[in-house]
Design a protein around this ligand. Sequence first.
Ligand SMILES: [Zn+2]
Length: 190
Amino acid sequence: MRHVGHTYRLGTHGRAVTSHPGVGGTTFIALLSCSRCPKSGERNLRQMMPPDQIDRKFTQAGWKLDPHICPDCQRRANQEKTMTKPSPAAMKAQAAMFRLLSDHFDVEKGAFALGWSDEKIAAETGLAKDVVTEFRRAGFGEIKEPTELQAIRADINALEQLAREHLQGVTAEIAGLRSRLAQISSRVGA
Ligand SMILES: [Zn+2]
């Protein structure tokens, strides 16, 4: 943004300059105030420069100008954005996870309904299993079942999965046989 006059000399638009007389001549320190925190940035100038050149020194040091935002505040804003703004898809998955846990996890017993587990909810929602486990622990509680029962439940889950896979295999085989039957009977009929 272009401003009228030498903003640093004039001390306008959050800019300022101080001079220090020294042995080798006067040195200048350009100052820029952050609009988000009390911090001021400083750049040493060996000689007075046009304001746009001083501006460039600050942008090279990571500042955003007009409004001025220091590098620290930019980092903080970026972190907050990534932390507090999950994507709509992630929010949907989390809502689904919450619903499934509410429906299939008994908080009092500390047990999943038959056929349900952190793994199964992870598979249904597309979330990582660790995410589901962490969320379930924080929001619904630990699994309190005796390990013996957990083991039996895990076996049932595994066998159910196996049964589903077998059924798929058999169904595919039946479909294959049906199409062979159709092919052969059309040839015999011809
Ligand atoms: Zn700042």
